[in-house]
Design a binder for this molecule. Structure first.
Ligand code: GCO
Length: 447
């Protein structure tokens, strides 16, 4: 028996997001999103790339599902484009949008693949940006719940796995303060922090809508948290890492799961607190069935005499990194899983994204020999297996990503797929890592 065996009911999957793969940006009544607008602004994406065509998945779902089936995928996480369902973000529903996702769901189920739907993966209807200022307005949180209501009424008879929002940080702070993401802006801490708060309210209201429409739904949220790890596995370093975990996640993860802002840590790490009420905190912390973590990389910490008790350790220049320049830190994943259980008890955990960008190339024989990605997956899966063997409630793992795709500000330059996409022909090539992952899923073990 393989000593890296996973539990029999472990869920293996792969993930994508609408704007990153669909293309067909102006077809069948889709409205514009903030990402359509942002990617067209000069200098915002590498090479001026946009999601206009992306992987053209919108026109190729059947072929793409056949590929998933060939890999032996049993779970597939994808997102719905809000502007396909509601071109203006509110008001009139675009039936063609509903039909597209409804058929996608039917085809997935027919192929034996269980969908996990993300309702919002950053492509806010541009109309809501223009009319209300996007997430700066609480109104958009309410409209998000209405959209969640519409989608779950249409698909909830067949889809049981739901996630409200993907990575709140990326379309709030990183969009309103540091400008890496749409809509792009330089707001004060207070304003940016208010967008975070509104997104969390939108999440809570959407959870209520989903539960109303789908009584047997499995509902959660997907977060990219800060997952510090102890430089040495000793009590003092562990203690520092726990403090960093708590303080650095005081803005999103802890309020979501505990219903409270730690005001001291918040102010130190993120600046002015948003305006909020006790009622807000109840909505934000609606009980969940799972928490999804997107895991890429995190720095180690060590104890310090600073009042907050930890220092983040800088990685040396020559530390092994992915093509994004991100340090490869599989142990951080193990500690994230351990800390999650320590702080949030037996709340089930999914790794909803994990993977790496690599400088892949197509060999003369037409294959892609991405050994770096295989090693990345192997070491991260070992971290998962180790945590599970110690009793951590990790239930599933979704590799990011099924396909090379539009990597936001990095355009098509960075390739995360286990399937290569040749953008000029839209040809798909299963990479060596795709074959590896396929074997892992079949054997239910790290290989
Ligand atoms: C995210 C998003 C993905 C990214 C991935 C790689 O987690 O940031 O969900 O859309 O493509 O993380 O950067």
């Amino acid at each position: 028996k393989n000593s890296y065996q996973f539990p029999a009911d472990f869920e293996w999957g792969a993930a994508t997001a609408a704007y990153q793969i669909e293309g067909a940006y102006n077809e069948d009544g889709r409205g514009m999103s903030t990402w359509d607008t942002f990617s067209r602004l000069p200098g915002r994406t590498l090479n001026g790339d946009t999601g206009n065509v992306a992987c053209d998945h919108y026109h190729r779902t059947e072929q793409d599902i056949a590929l998933m089936k060939q890999l032996g995928l049993k779970h597939y996480r994808f997102s719905i484009a809000w502007p396909r369902i509601l071109p203006n973000g509110e008001g009139e529903v675009n039936q063609a949008g509903i039909d597209f996702y409804s058929k996608l769901v039917d085809d997935l189920l027919a192929a034996g693949i269980e969908p996990l739907i993300t309702l919002f993966h950053w492509d806010l209807p541009q109309a809501l940006q223009d009319k209300y200022g996007g997430w700066k307005s609480r109104k958009v949180a309410e409209l998000f719940a209405e959209y969640a209501d519409i989608v779950t009424k249409a698909l909830g008879d067949r889809v049981k796995r739901w996630s409200t929002i993907n990575e709140i940080m990326c379309f709030t702070n990183m969009a309103h303060k540091t400008e890496q993401h749409a809509p792009g802006g330089k707001e004060t801490d207070q304003v940016a922090n208010q967008t975070v708060h509104h997104a969390m309210i939108g999440h809570g209201l959407a959870v209520q809508a989903i539960r109303n429409n789908v009584p047997d739904a499995i509902v959660g949220i997907v977060e990219c948290l800060f997952a510090p790890w102890p430089l040495h596995n000793t009590e003092s370093h562990l203690d520092a890492a726990r403090k960093a975990f708590k303080d650095r996640n005081a803005q999103i993860l802890f309020p979501l799961l505990t219903g409270e802002y730690d005001e001291v840590a918040y102010q130190r790490e993120f600046g002015d607190l948003p305006e909020y009420s006790a009622e807000d905190m109840k909505i934000i912390s609606e009980p969940l069935d799972y928490i999804g973590y997107n895991f890429y990389n995190h720095p180690p910490v060590r104890p310090s005499d600073k009042p907050w008790g930890f220092d983040i350790v800088d990685m040396p220049e020559a530390y092994p990194r992915t093509d994004m320049g991100w340090p490869i830190t599989p142990d951080a994943m193990y500690w994230l899983l351990k800390f999650s259980q320590e702080f949030f008890g037996d709340l089930p955990i999914y790794i909803t994204e994990n993977g790496m960008a690599a400088a892949d190339k197509v060999e003369r024989d037409g294959t892609v020999q991405d050994m770096d990605r295989i090693e990345f997956l192997r070491t991260h899966l070992r971290a998962c297996q180790r945590a599970i063997s110690e009793g951590v409630p990790l239930k599933g793992y979704y590799v990011w990503s099924l396909f090379d795709n539009f990597e936001w500000a990095f355009g098509y330059d960075k390739r995360f797929g286990i399937i290569r996409v040749e953008y000029d022909t839209q040809q798909r090539i299963i990479k060596e890592s795709g074959h590896y992952y396929s074997a892992v899923m079949a054997e239910n073990a790290v290989l």
